[in-house]
Design a protein around this ligand. Structure first.
Ligand SMILES: *[C@@H]1O[C@H](CO)[C@@H](O)[C@H](O)[C@H]1NC(C)=O
Length: 151
């Protein structure tokens, strides 16, 4: 999954670079360097967070937090799906659909809220929780960076 998203993202960037040479594109679609680093960071952070959520899912499968872990995973997958929609739009020379942007942010909120409800007295699990929190907040920061820098 991680590898897939990285490859998909790099493919998007390569196509954008090619498109930029063959057709005039809006600056918003190509983006500056900071914009593209933010785009890359949200993809990478979400892939990392998903992998960490998978560890939490295993560790907490029989706990009352299992459904919260599921919400974390669903939120991350939802955000990834919406990012895929945005990537496809950019590839075909359209600007990012506003509702897909909203879905990224809505799903990140779901994942972050659900993650915040989970706690564990097991130090290994709480350390994994802290890792997931950091990765999700990196994704949120990168998402804010996209909004600020991709114009
Ligand atoms: C989460 O993302 C999916 C698409 O991946 C979307 O259908 C859904 O509406 C989003 N949820 C929120 C709360 O934005």
């Amino acid at each position: 999954m991680f590898r897939f998203h990285v490859i998909a993202f790099v493919t998007v960037l390569m196509h954008l670079a090619l498109l930029a040479r063959t057709a005039p594109l809006q600056t918003r679609q190509i983006g500056n360097i900071q914009c593209n680093l933010d785009r890359l960071n949200i993809v990478l952070s979400l892939a990392a967070a998903k992998s960490t959520a998978g560890k939490l899912s295993t560790a907490l499968s029989n706990s009352p937090d299992a459904s919260n872990v599921q919400s974390v995973t669903d939120g991350i997958s939802g955000a990834q799906g919406a990012i895929g929609v945005i990537g496809k739009a950019l590839l075909t020379g359209q600007s990012a659909p506003a509702d897909a942007r909203q879905e990224v942010s809505g799903n990140l909120t779901i994942a972050t809220t659900a993650l915040g409800k989970i706690s564990s007295s097991d130090s290994k699990v709480s350390s994994t929780l802290a890792t997931a929190q950091k990765q999700l907040s990196d994704a949120v920061d990168a998402g804010n960076g996209v909004i600020a820098n991709c114009k």
